[in-house]
Design a protein around this ligand. Structure first.
Ligand code: ADP
Ligand code: MG
Length: 360
């Protein structure tokens, strides 16, 4: 349904934001570490029109059966439903001067729950629409900080800042090298000879579910035992101390420490245009997530095994929070489309799976 069909008038503001794929640096963001996401060519679009009162109505093309959902500013209450992302944002933006209600229409080509950050894409797109409609003074970094609070404070998902920073600041032709402690960032161009492949496994994850929180808690425990504020403060030269921690804290910390180092090495390799080196780092990252951080699942491992054997693929790994979701591969640009199709066909045939190509 169009905005006019839903609300009987035209939208007056609109916001867009892409989904993201993380190249490397997984579960490092809530440890104060480094991440390297890029935008994907799929986006969320939010149209809005202000109202004369404090009412909010929202409709999403992803959930047409919900119809339009209504609530009042200042009376946001968690409903364990998609509307919580809208309610969470208006609750957070009250402190930035949002006082007037609006009607909203949401549509998105970012798959939900596939590790490509549909949630942050929605938060940033809606935030941009609201910012424009009500002339709120929020820059893109501040908007990302507000959007993260939607998840941590309202939805109840204790995520780091990567997704919101990526959806707010990344583009599709470079990787966003972000220090999640300082929020300093730079854009690292993807070498012209390279292309990213993103394949959705068909197995969806649940972020708010227990495993993500468990990993977060384990990292905090490991940091406390090592006497540091965050695992970011442990360098790869201190792995002997990490290995001496009790199971499974040793594994969890080893992943974070080595993963942070791999992000830095990947940035260097991309700048040199050394695609085989980036590929090796992707594979090492996957092994670390599978064996040490233990956030992979058998269907994802199977997909990675198929992909790494396909011609034109330099390396491949699970991307996103884990327990399902998507894989990202670095491939030779000229062979990327054919390689992606071959991976999906071989995997689906061997495992009766429903993986599909999202990029390119
Ligand atoms: P992801 O990895 O895709 O971000 P999350 O579990 O963090 O997975 O967020 C997915 C949730 O975000 C959906 O279940 C839904 O509640 C909300 N969401 C994302 N995109 C949309 C959309 N276009 N319309 C409505 N809700 C959305
Ligand atoms: Mg999300």
């Amino acid at each position: 349904m169009t905005f006019a069909e839903l609300y009987g008038r035209s939208a007056t503001a609109r916001g867009e934001a892409p989904g993201r794929v993380n190249l490397i640096g997984e579960h490092t963001d809530y440890n104060g570490g480094f991440v390297l996401p890029a935008a994907i060519p799929r986006r969320t679009i939010v149209e809005i029109a202000p109202r004369g009162d404090r009412g909010v109505r929202a409709w999403s093309a992803e959930f047409p059966e919900s119809g339009t959902t209504a609530y009042t500013l200042g009376d946001e209450r968690r409903r364990h439903d998609w509307i919580d992302y809208v309610q969470g944002l208006t609750a957070v933006l009250a402190a930035d001067g949002l006082q007037q209600g609006f009607d909203a229409r949401i549509e998105s080509t970012v798959p939900l729950g596939s590790g490509l950050s549909s949630s942050a894409s929605l938060e940033i797109a809606l935030g941009r629409a609201v910012r424009d409609a009500f002339a709120l003074a929020l820059d893109d970094v501040t908007l990302a900080i507000r959007a993260r609070r939607v998840e941590t404070d309202f939805v109840g998902a204790p995520v780091g800042i990567m997704d919101q920073m990526a959806c707010s600041l990344a583009d599709t032709t470079s990787a966003l090298f972000l220090d999640t402690r300082t929020l300093e960032y730079s854009r690292v161009p993807l070498p012209p000879a390279a292309a990213l492949i993103v394949i959705e496994s068909g197995v969806t994850h649940r972020h708010a579910g227990g495993e993500y929180k468990t990993r977060r808690d384990e990292c905090a425990q490991a940091a406390a035992r090592l006497g540091v504020h965050e695992l970011r403060d442990v360098g790869p030269d201190e792995l002997a101390r990490v290995d001496a921690l009790p199971e499974p804290l040793n594994r969890r910390a080893r992943h974070v420490v080595t993963e942070n180092a791999r992000v830095l090495e990947t940035v260097d390799a991309l700048k040199r245009g050394d695609l085989p080196a980036v590929g090796e780092l992707f594979l090492a990252s996957h092994a670390s997530m599978r064996d040490d951080f233990q956030i992979s699942v058998p269907p994802i491992d199977a997909l990675v095994e198929v992909a790494r054997g396909v011609q034109g693929v330099y390396g491949v790994r699970l991307t996103g929070g884990g327990f399902g979701g998507s894989i990202v591969a670095l491939a030779d640009r000229a062979r990327a489309s054919a390689a992606a199709e071959r991976i999906v066909q071989a995997h689906n045939r061997a495992h009766q799976a429903s993986a599909r190509v999202l990029v390119p």
